[in-house]
Design a protein around this ligand. Structure first.
Ligand code: FE2
Ligand code: FE2
Length: 472
């Protein structure tokens, strides 16, 4: 079903050849994308052959083919999930009407903003990660980094296709602007805060994949419910790629946790750093940082924007169609965490305005499942330590908790208490310098840096010493 035409300059399963105007727009954008990729993509490895997965069809089995590719030759393309015959709008004011195949005029600006905001995160993460190749802990990890990078590049293609196909001239302008903003740049930063943070080391990279990419998963899952069918179909296919990014994050942190536990057991010590590992308290600090940055991405707890996106039928809830309610939410309520003086309490808010918080709850539950699996690794080594997610109010810059200081265990605290303790909760300059000092490249096939355990299995059943990237 729906195989992808690789004979085209832009591989696609959307009959691009039949739409000359769109084809021309995308062919004009393609060299600019490649220029951006060469300027801002993985530094130092553009000419190397990487064992990459490429989509060849969009059905459940056939979308992954592995082969050696130089990254600038990766076949970025436009792949939408199969159309669902007779698909309807499943929530909001237009519930039960046929899904839109064209942009509904009255929601044009809102929809464009949603798509641009999602699209902006994709090249941003490539920019954030561009120096990591130089310090890879193994060829296996180097390959996974590049797989994530090319797929984020393809996600940018996915959003640009929607903009070019459905938003005419302003869509094309937005497509250009997506290549012009730069992560962390003062004058033209990326749109969302987390995507302007640095990703200076591999612990940060794995945390980013676990926490920040997972925000992406939840945003995409909500947009996959959209009444605007092309957006829904493109997001559904992006989610299949996103699963690998979650895996890279969870297994990466898990392997660092495992190595810490091995060192503790082998040397009967808590002083993991002495033996070149990352100690569990440091891992906890990185969790606190990356979790809090990512929680902000869901926006304010109470949000009329979120309500409008839903009522308009543009952005649904996570697993909207599996929920058994009226899918309009005009009368329902939802429990939201908020501040009352110096206490954190919960309060019932209208279900519609609470949709950001509901999505954040789904996200936190998903994060907690991953943290539980890390704790299983710790337990299986007989080590007495539990990793935890920080309270949702901790170190927030957006929403009800932005104005106060909250401890990781969820107490509103004074500035003085924050000043006295934040170094115990967040990575310090010393912690970062220590983690940075571990970042020495290991590029011999099958070898691992000392601070991370080997993966349980190879990519595509390849052996441990497989040459995932040909550096020769
Ligand atoms: Fe992505
Ligand atoms: Fe991703």
């Amino acid at each position: 079903m729906a195989s992808i035409d690789y004979n085209e300059r832009i591989p696609n399963n959307v009959d691009l050849a039949e739409n000359r105007r769109l084809l021309r727009a995308l062919e004009e954008w393609q060299p600019k994308f490649l220029e951006w990729w060469k300027d801002m993509g993985p530094e130092g490895f553009q000419a190397k052959e990487v064992y990459l997965r490429t989509a060849v069809s969009v059905d459940a089995k056939g979308w992954a083919q592995f082969d050696y590719t130089r990254m600038p030759e990766y076949r970025w393309g436009i792949f939408l999930a199969e159309p669902e015959p007779g698909r309807q709008i499943n929530f909001g004011d237009h519930l039960g009407q046929p899904a839109w195949q064209e942009v509904p005029g009255e929601y044009r600006g809102t929809l464009r903003r949603l798509i641009v905001t999602q699209g902006d995160t994709e090249p941003a993460s490539v920019e954030q990660q561009r120096h990591l190749g130089r310090t890879c802990p193994s060829l296996y990890d180097l390959r996974n980094l590049f797989q994530v990078n090319v797929e984020e590049g393809r996600h940018l293609w996915a959003m640009v296709y929607i903009l070019d196909a459905h938003f005419g001239r302003d869509g094309r302008e937005e497509s250009e602007a997506l290549l012009q903003r730069r992560s962390g740049d003062h004058d033209k930063p990326r749109i969302l805060g987390a995507f302007n943070e640095r990703t200076p080391d591999w612990l940060s990279f794995f945390m980013f994949c676990f926490f920040t990419d997972r925000d992406g998963k939840y945003q995409l899952a909500s947009l996959a419910e959209s009444g605007f069918d092309p957006l829904s179909r493109t997001c559904r296919f992006m989610l299949t790629e996103e699963a690998h990014h979650m895996f890279v994050g969870e297994s990466g942190v898990g392997r660092i946790v495992q190595r810490a536990c091995e060192i503790m057991r082998e040397h009967k010590t808590d002083d993991v750093r002495r033996y070149g590992g990352v100690d569990l308290p440091t891992i906890q600090k990185y969790i606190n940082f990356h979790c809090s940055v990512s929680l902000d991405l869901f926006g304010s707890e109470v949000s009329t924007n979120a309500a409008n996106f839903y009522t308009m039928g543009l952005k649904g809830r996570f697993e909207e169609t599996k929920k058994k309610d009226d899918h309009r939410l005009k009368d329902g309520t939802y429990t939201v965490a908020t501040l009352a003086g110096d206490k954190i309490i919960t309060r019932e808010e209208g279900a519609l305005v609470s949709l950001n918080e509901r999505l954040r709850d789904d996200y936190i539950a998903d994060c907690q499942r991953g943290v539980n699996r890390w704790n299983e690794i710790i337990k299986s080594h007989g080590v007495d330590f539990t990793l935890t997610l920080p309270h949702r109010g901790f170190r927030r810059a957006i929403g009800a908790f932005a104005e106060v200081k909250v401890s990781p265990d969820g107490r509103v605290i004074s500035e003085a208490e924050w000043d006295a303790h934040h170094q115990e909760w967040l990575p310090t300059a010393e912690d970062e310098a220590y983690v940075g000092s571990l970042m020495q490249p290991v590029t011999e096939p099958g070898k691992m840096a000392n601070w991370i355990a080997p993966p349980a299995r190879g990519i595509n059943s390849r052996p441990a010493d497989f040459e995932y990237v040909r550096l020769g």
